[in-house]
Structure formats: structure tokens, C-alpha cells
Design a protein around this ligand. Structure first.
Ligand code: 5GP
Length: 200
């Protein structure tokens, strides 16, 4: 029986560790891909064009908006970020699950457009720990860290809008929790499709 690809949206404030959790979940999952966003932010050391992001100038990004290439986009701490639409549609229709690492406003847009998408919110153990993790990453200056922390407080207030919340205290446990959420959602979709087929 054919099952459509699942859209899994993972949110959480900057520094919470989404990237690390997701790369481990992706590495150990079959038939799942990562949605590569477009951004005007400068690449961080080690980030690869087309793998981590599609790095764009402001003019290029605005062209993508005007050409309707993005299913959602936001301005986040002085830069644009957006999700290209074609890979999402291609994944759903080919039965490949797709994971999005995006912020809260974008997640709401996705849920509205794709009501079957699964929203997972990653929470830090505390705000102090979040600050420590951003500082330890060492990729932002003091002003940017401050802006990201202010934004983090706003993002954390969106928690009620999520289907699932995972606290990233112990990395291994958080990874297992995310995997079991995805597995149970897949089983749910399969069971529902079976029932629809049976009673049609
Ligand atoms: P960073 O600069 O740390 O890579 O990302 C900053 C924030 O932007 C993160 O919360 C990340 O999840 C979010 N983000 C990345 N890509 C997108 C996107 O395509 N759309 C939206 N709405 N947020 C994104």
C-alpha cells in the first residue's frame, strides 16, 4: 500500500541543539530527507551550499518570494529564511518523509497549508543552559546572541501550538523520543489509509 510522505517540522530556539538531533535522526532513518532552506545569512564555518542552506543575496531571496518558490518565509534576526516548495511536494507525492528545521512562525504556516504535518518542539532544559549553548557555539557576536535570546523567549511561548514537545537535556534520550514520535505518526497514517481502503 502506498503511503504519502510525512512532513515533520522541528522547531525550537536557536542553540537548543536541533541541528545535532536532526542529523542523527536523519542518519538512522530510511526514506527521509532534510528540507534545505534558503537564507540570506552568511554561511558558518563548515556549512555547505545546498546541504545546510541555499545561501542567497537579499535580491535573490526576494526574487524567490516573487516567483512563488517558497511555501513560507520569515525575517529572523535581520535575515530572510524560507522553505522551497518543490522538494516538499515531491517528497509527499513520492512517499519520502521530509524534515523541516524552521522557526515558529514558519511552522504555523506549514501546519495551515499541510494540516497533516507533525510539529515537534524542542525545549532547552533552562534559559541559562540555552545561553551557555549559544555562547559555546561561538558563531554569533554578543549583540546577535542577545537578539537570539530575546527571540527564544517569544518562541518558547508558542509551545501550546505543537503536537509534541521534547526536552533536549540528554541528547540520546531526545533522539529516541523524536524517532518514536515519527514512527508512531507513520503507523497512524498507514492504519488510517488501511481503514479507508477497507471501508471504501
Ligand atoms: P540559523 O541562523 O541558526 O541557522 O537559523 C535561525 C533560525 O531560523 C532557526 O530557528 C531555524 O530553525 C530557522 N530557519 C531555518 N530555515 C528556515 C526556513 O526556511 N523558514 C523559517 N521560517 N525558519 C527557518
Amino acid at each position: 500500500m502506498f503511503r504519502k510522505g510525512l512532513i515533520i517540522v522541528v522547531c525550537g530556539p536557536s542553540g537548543v541543539g536541533k541541528g545535532t538531533l536532526l542529523s542523527e535522526v536523519l542518519d538512522s532513518s530510511e526514506n527521509m530527507r532534510f528540507s534545505v532552506s534558503a537564507t540570506t545569512r552568511a554561511p558558518r564555518e563548515g556549512e555547505i551550499e545546498g546541504v545546510d542552506y541555499f545561501f542567497k543575496t537579499h535580491a535573490e531571496f526576494e526574487k524567490m518570494i516573487n516567483d512563488d518558490e517558497l511555501v513560507e518565509w520569515v525575517k529572523y534576526v535581520d535575515n530572510y529564511y524560507g522553505t522551497p516548495g518543490k522538494p516538499i511536494e515531491a517528497s509527499i507525492s513520492s512517499g519520502t518523509d521530509i524534515v523541516l528545521d524552521i522557526e515558529v512562525e514558519g511552522a504555523q504556516h506549514i501546519k495551515k497549508k499541510y494540516p497533516d504535518s507533525v510539529l515537534i518542539f524542542i525545549f532547552p532544559p533552562s534559559l541559562e543552559e540555552l545561553k551557555k549553548r549559544i555562547e559555546k557555539r561561538g558563531t554569533e557576536n554578543v549583540g546577535e546572541i542577545e537578539k537570539r535570546l530575546i527571540r527564544a523567549k517569544v518562541e518558547l511561548s508558542y509551545v501550546k501550538k505543537y503536537d509534541y514537545v521534547v526536552i533536549n537535556d540528554d541528547k540520546g534520550e531526545a533522539i529516541n523520543e523524536i524517532k518514536s514520535i515519527i514512527l508512531s505518526e507513520k503507523l497512524k497514517v498507514e492504519r488510517n489509509s488501511d481503514l479507508i481502503e477497507k471501508f471504501n
